[in-house]
Write a protein that binds this ligand. Structure first.
Ligand SMILES: [Fe+2]
Ligand SMILES: [Fe+2]
Length: 453
């Protein structure tokens, strides 16, 4: 479904545009009051197709700010500006001189979104939906036609069919598109639902293939994780993303049970060709689960809670892997972020905990661990005073910190640091010390008979 942001403070005009956009064009409409609010949203939703805005909101040069933002961030977002007759200097803006001509706005929006005018007259809603090219790396065929989008002018796109329904294709042919810098394929709106079911089923089948070699399984779990968190952060939960997260999480739990050698499993994950977010997720889950076992914690749901928390804790940073490494207030300040990014990092634990409550399968309590994962009891910012947090939260924080350091060490090399000494200093308190000791025990137990990471 096309995503459109509308900034129009005139109530009547706003209603007219909203109703027509949603009824006739079937878009997913998001209301924003000004450029500032819109930019915050674009930071987490960069794939918005179109913004319709008045030229100015009070003193704010709204259209101008958005033009700069779209250009600076190389977004594929189009812009319709109401009440401007200035000459356009870029290829994504359409100015509409008469701000009250809402019919023209709807027609302009239809064109930008690739919605056919004849069909518009019939009030049906054809549309094309962008799907990242790399999603196709795990498919050998597809259940619908796949197009690429070519820009002809600010208002016109052409969709050229590249893969036919039922065609088989190789991984290499998809890699070639990626090498050429193509980010998205497009799929007709009416096929999208079936496509996402198809994709998710294929991934779930692959993940659940019995006797698959562990390295290969980690690879496919990593790729599926990547797809799942992006889809969830964009669209929220639906039956496909839920099915996919379930398959990945249950496999993480199963793999943990089947592989009693922790460092062997960690070794395979850290050396796999998968994204860093996935590696941290899976490794945090493994280390925290090992600590739970070591502490003989009596909570039958503990492993599940930890797996869910590992999966979702940084979902708000799904598109910003760089920001998910920040693990203290000091690091946040030193990162020199703009206001939106700073806010995004500061609030990501709290926001993820709210999101996971909408997941019907998530065990109760996973949200609490997510909220606490940087030590702050309200999920905002960072804190080292974790003594009073629940045990599972403390375990997660310690495991999470340890894994961050492990990956940092793998990336940067250098002398291995005694991480646990740092942990004792950073997180004081007798109860935390018991938990850090459990980490030490699990690490020591393995060192003698296992390959080093
Ligand atoms: Fe994290
Ligand atoms: Fe985090």
């Amino acid at each position: 479904m096309a995503q459109v942001i509308l900034i129009e403070n005139n109530k009547t005009l706003n209603d007219l545009i909203s109703v027509n956009l949603t009824t006739y064009l079937g878009v997913d409409l998001i209301q924003r009051k000004n450029a500032q609010e819109t930019v915050s949203l674009l930071a987490i939703l960069p794939n918005v197709d179109l913004i319709i805005t008045t030229q100015k909101v009070d003193d704010e040069p709204t259209a101008e700010i958005l033009t700069h933002y779209i250009t600076a961030n190389k977004l594929e977002t189009s812009l319709i500006v109401l009440g401007s007759d200035q000459k356009v200097k870029n290829d994504f803006t359409i100015n509409m001189a008469n701000p009250k001509d809402w019919e023209q706005v709807i027609h302009g929006a239809a064109k930008v979104l690739g919605i056919n005018q004849n069909v518009l007259a019939k009030k049906a809603v054809p549309d094309y939906i962008a799907v990242p090219v790399r999603y196709f790396l795990n498919l050998e065929n597809v259940n619908c036609d796949v197009f690429i989008r070519i820009k002809k002018s600010p208002t016109e796109y052409q969709f050229v069919k590249r893969i036919h329904n039922g065609d088989t294709f190789s991984k290499e042919s998809i890699k070639r598109y990626l090498d050429q810098g193509l980010e998205n394929f497009h799929i007709a709106k009416e096929s999208y639902k079936n496509f996402s079911i198809f994709l998710s089923n294929r991934l779930v089948d692959k993940i659940d293939t019995p006797d698959m070699e562990l390295t290969k399984k980690i690879q496919i779990m990593g790729e599926s994780y990547d797809i799942a968190i992006r889809e969830i952060s964009k669209l929220g939960f639906n039956s496909e993303t839920i099915q996919l997260t379930e398959a990945i999480i249950q496999n993480m739990v199963k793999n943990f049970e089947k592989n009693p050698e922790m460092s062997n499993l960690l070794h395979k994950v850290i050396n796999s060709q998968t994204g860093l977010l996935y590696q941290r997720c899976h490794m945090t889950s493994v280390v925290a689960s090992e600590m739970i076992k070591n502490l003989k914690l009596e909570d039958p749901k503990a492993f599940d809670k930890i797996a869910y928390a590992s999966f979702f804790h940084d979902i708000m940073l799904a598109d910003r892997e760089d920001l998910s490494k920040i693990n203290s207030f000091d690091e946040l300040e030193k990162a020199n972020l703009n206001e939106q990014d700073w806010d995004m990092v500061f609030n990501h634990a709290m926001e993820a905990s709210v999101l996971i409550r909408k997941h019907p399968e998530a065990p109760i309590g996973a949200d609490e661990i997510i909220k606490h994962h940087h030590g702050a009891s309200n999920g905002k910012g960072f804190s080292n005073s974790i003594e009073k947090l629940p045990d599972l939260s403390k375990i997660f924080i310690i495991a999470h910190h340890f894994v961050l350091e492990l990956i940092r060490f793998k990336e940067l090399g250098g002398e291995p640091k005694p991480v646990t000494e740092e942990l004792y200093k950073r997180y004081p308190g007798p109860d935390v010390a018991i938990i850090i000791k459990a980490l030490e025990r699990t690490l020591k137990r393995k060192q003698n008979n296992e390959p080093k990471i």
